[in-house]
Write a protein that binds this ligand. Structure first.
Ligand code: ZN
Length: 136
């Protein structure tokens, strides 16, 4: 299994614009991309800290995973994303280890990455996302 680094940390926020401003002011970092991912019903904003990104996420629909997360637990860290090579192989390997997968097959995430989520039940209560940048 080829995991190279933490690709990003996903943080659920109620108001993307306010949170972007807060992060820019607090940490003196600049948001470099804002993107809506329609099939996940989220708007995302990205910051870079070294080779790891911070992904702020706001739900665009009460039914989005982000809106439901905030309703249950409030704003905060929602997922951790690992950068992997050969995401299909990684998913197969995890399936063989009886890890419960939210996505059996990779799909397109923000920034054009191939992504798949693992079920927190299998990972100690942490939502883990796998990401592969096929352009690397
Ligand atoms: Zn993510």
């Amino acid at each position: 299994m080829d995991i190279s680094h933490i690709e990003h940390i996903g943080i659920a926020v109620k108001n993307l614009d306010e949170s972007i401003e807060k992060y820019e002011k607090l940490f003196n970092i600049k948001c470099y991309a804002i993107e809506e991912v329609k099939d996940q019903k989220v708007k995302t904003a990205f910051f870079k800290i070294g080779q790891t990104k911070i992904e702020l996420l706001e739900g665009t629909d009460p039914e989005s995973a982000i809106s439901k997360f905030i309703e249950k637990r409030g704003e905060g860290v929602q997922h951790i994303a690992f950068a992997v090579k050969n995401i299909d192989n990684v998913l197969d390997e995890l399936k063989n280890k009886n890890v419960q997968l939210i996505d059996e097959k990779p799909r397109r995430g923000a920034e054009g990455l191939s992504i798949a989520f693992l079920h927190p039940k299998s990972t100690g209560g942490v939502l883990i996302e796998l990401c592969e940048n096929k352009n690397d």
